[in-house]
Every structure is written in structure tokens, then in C-alpha cells.
Design a protein around this ligand. Sequence first.
Ligand code: ADP
Ligand code: MG
Length: 402
Amino acid sequence: MAKRGIDGLGELRGKRVLCRVDFNVPLEGSGKDRRVGDDYRLESTLPTLRRLLDAGARVILCSHLGRPKGRDPELSLAPVGARLGELLEREVRFVDEVVGERATRASQELQDGQVLLLENTRFEPGEKKNDPELAKRFAALADLYVNDAFGASHRADATVAGVPQLLPGAAGDLVLSELRELAPLRDGSAARPLAVVLGGAKLADKIPVLEALIPRVDKILIGGGMAYTFMKAMGKPIGGSRFDAETVEAAGQILEKARERSRQGQQMLLLPRDHVVARSPDDVTGYSVVEQIPDDLMALDVGPATIADYVKQLAGVKTVFWNGPLGVFEKQPFHLGTHYVASFLAWRKHETKTIVGGGDSAAAARALGLAEHMHWVSTGGGASLEYVEGQDLPGLSALPDV
Ligand code: ADP
Ligand code: MG
């Protein structure tokens, strides 16, 4: 079932709309000089905000930022409000309170077409616990509710799962676009062959999505730190590479499942066959490329033979779901594996729909200047994985269907 969108909310002029957004963005600098380090999540929600404001709504924005334990000035949303004002080319009012007298007054002072940002919702301890009393206080600020926070929709927080029980609600344009683009991966209707490129730091985070995807996809190409947990499970030498000790057994089971599925055809789950190794991620000049990882070195990227192999595997593919960088892309030259595979997908954008999920993968695609050549770059990390896996996301379940 499709979710009700903003159109389904009726007349918006004069209405106060509490809009949950995902402004959990990286901040740079400290103290008074803090500023937004990456605009992607802000830009992604502009269509929803413009639509609400142009329709004459009085928009009250709320979001979490980071993981504060109580009030933490370093995690104030004030710098995010300032940046949003620049992007929106409108005044964004800010109140340094989440709920309470000042927040209430600020929301009542709003005029048609004006926008107010509340302080970091996680400054309230009830947010993460989905405290019904806190949800009531949020709901009292507004007449209507819009969820445009796809990246937070897997969290059963008060502003995500609680408030939509209390106010007439709808999904924002970003949430609807995310659902439209990710649904084919979830329901199995994506064009085949379908390949998954999976990397990133920890295998433990991605075991559930891997288990869900093995029966549904044609190829799984593994890179990043997670590859070494698989290699450990296979008894291969991994030197000082990062791996999850608690996940080695699960990795072995995944390999077994993939092997069973492979029996009908070619091998479906591929691991790197060569590696860029160094003493540490800071050792950016002393690296080398090896097939066997020496004891005293760690693997930081996939090597050139692996890149060539993966690119060949991806050549005939119609859909790619890419989650997780293939190496420590933040440090050159360990970005090259991610760079080459992403470049190849960009070149093939007319033949292959690439859908990128995961915060760091999206950051990597943008840092490489390739994001606009991908079919879709999700704003969700954990949320996109859980959605593709087939889980019910509390923030979506709480919204009415069309
Ligand atoms: P995403 O946010 O896209 O889901 P993850 O958070 O799972 O991705 O992983 C991203 C991190 O994985 C990056 O910080 C990157 O440096 C790290 N990483 C990638 N390859 C390796 C590796 N071989 N060893 C250690 N860390 C790695
Ligand atoms: Mg990440």
C-alpha cells in the first residue's frame, strides 16, 4: 500500500504542520564556528518544505542530531537552521527548546509561510523512549504531521512513531521518493540481473540484509572491512586487518547459504582476490598490493585484480544496490577501489540503475563527484537497509495509507 502524501492533508493555509526531518548531519568546527559539513540531507528535504510553505502552512521542523545525553550545546541544531535558511532562501526561526513554553510561543507566533526549527529532539530523554507524554507535547504544537525523515524512520522515537498516532499525518516527498526507489529491491521487482555491492566497516551491521538478499539477488560482491570477517571464516590469512570476532560464525553460515544458491550456476558471492595493504590507515605511502596478506599488515582496500573482476561481473547487470565503501575511502589512495567501481557504475548509468544506500557510501559517492550519476542515493543508512530487508519501519507503519 502506498502512503498518503502531503496532497492528502487537505487545505494547508494557516495550518501548523509539525514536520519531522532528518537533519542528523555532520558538523564541522566547534563552539560558535560550528557549521554543516554536508548539505545532502538538507537539500533532499527542500521540495517538501517549499511545498508546505508555498501552500501557506506554518512549518515547525524537528529532528535529532547525534547521540546527546541530555542537553549538549555542541549538538544544538542552531547551525543547521542557519544553513537551512541559506538553502531555502527564507528566514528559518530557531528556538533553543524542544517542547515547553518558549517552543509553544514560537510556534504560535508563526505566520502563514513561515518556518521554525525546534532544538535537537534528543535533548528530551523521552524522545528515544517514545514517551507518550512527550509525544503529546509535540502534537500540541501543531494541527498536522508530516514525516520527511526517511533516515530516521527505522527508529521508534516519539517524533517518528508517537506523534503520528496523535495528529493527521502524511509522508513527505522525500519519504515517498525513497519508498518508490527502494521498493523494487524490497519486493523483488527490480530489473534482473541484480547485483549487490556490499562493503563498509562491520559485517555485524549487515548480516540481516545479507541473509535477506541471498535468495533474491544474482550476485553479491563483497569489499571493505567486512571482507576480512568472511576470509577469517574461511581460514584465510588476514594479517592485522579489521574483523568482527563475534560474527565469524555467522559469516561462515552466510558463505554456506551463498554456496548452496551458487550450485545452480556460477558463484554468487565474491570476495576480494587481492588487497591494498599497509601498516595502518595513516600509512598512505608505504602500501603495497598483495594476494596473501602478511601478518604485520592490514588490508585497507580491494586491489586492482579484484576491481577488474568486479567490474566484469557488473557489466551485464541491470540493477545494482551498493552499500558500503570498498576500502578506507576517507584516506587516499585507499579510496581507489570505491572510486573505480563507482566510476564504472556512473559510466553505465544508461544500462544499469545504481541505488546507493548507507551514510558513508553516499558520502563517498558525493566526495568522488559521482552521486548525480547514480540512479538514486538514499538519505537513509540503517533505514534503507532495514527497508530493503523487508522489515516494517515504525515511522512508516505509523503513517496512514492512501
Ligand atoms: P555505510 O555508512 O555506507 O553503510 P559503513 O558505515 O558500514 O558504510 O562503513 C564505512 C566505513 O568502512 C568507512 O569509514 C571506511 O573507512 C570503512 N572501511 C572500509 N573498508 C575498510 C577496511 N578494509 N578496513 C577498515 N575499515 C574499512
Ligand atoms: Mg556508516
